[in-house]
Design a protein around this ligand. Structure first.
Ligand code: COA
Length: 168
């Protein structure tokens, strides 16, 4: 398995992997592939990595900038992250998350947030943090990982790409 930044030839495969990964997800509205397209269009894919096995894209992860209401800069949101169903449970998702976080650290990011399954994201250093909140998200499903000594507090806003309509 290799992990590398997305290239122009990966766009269709990233869509396919994302659609397949979220197809039966209980908390998905199956629009994650559109979020990725909109982030790309907006130039907001700060980190966009594919996992490739035998020349095929089997996994994908995106990181995009988030805004904090206290004005803190260089914070990012993890997601979507998606692994083809037949390739899940083999360590690929974990490898993408670790690689992305390592790249954020190298870039001097202040921190990373994620909305999702707490037991899963805790494995990668994310924790609940009462200092940071996401509108309409129960606190236990919103997790934070500081990547520098610069703290942050307040409400977190993801890129508009996460909230656009679903009629595309
Ligand atoms: C969630 C997802 C990205 C994980 O990728 P993966 O390649 O299957 O995960 P890994 O094999 O790297 O697992 C890493 C660890 O997380 C655990 N894990 C995997 N899915 C988990 C889940 N839903 N809840 C809790 N732990 C989970 C694994 O058991 C493993 O633990 P270990 O390191 O102690 O053995 C993948 O299953 C997926 O694409 N799911 C559908 C889309 C999705 O849910 N995306 C995330 C939305 S928040």
């Amino acid at each position: 398995m290799i992990i590398r930044p997305e290239g122009p030839a990966d766009v269709a495969a990233i869509r396919d992997v994302t659609i397949a990964a979220f197809k039966d997800h209980p908390h998905s509205d199956q629009t994650e592939h559109l979020i990725i397209d909109r982030l790309r269009q907006a130039g907001a894919l700060s980190i966009s990595l594919v996992a490739e096995v035998d020349g095929d894209v089997v996994g994908y992860i995106a990181f995009s900038p988030v805004a904090l209401s206290d004005g803190s800069e260089s914070w990012f949101g993890l997601g979507p992250v998606s692994i083809l169903p037949e390739c899940q449970g083999q360590g690929i998702g974990g490898a993408l998350i670790r690689q992305g976080l390592s790249m954020l650290r190298d870039q001097g990011a202040a921190g990373c947030v994620v909305m999702g399954e707490p037991d899963f994201y805790r494995k990668f250093g994310f924790r609940n943090d009462p200092q940071l909140a996401l509108k309409d998200c129960a606190p236990q499903y919103f997790l934070v990982q500081p990547l520098s000594s610069h703290g942050g507090s307040g409400m977190v806003s993801y890129n508009a790409a996460f909230y656009a309509g679903v009629d595309e």
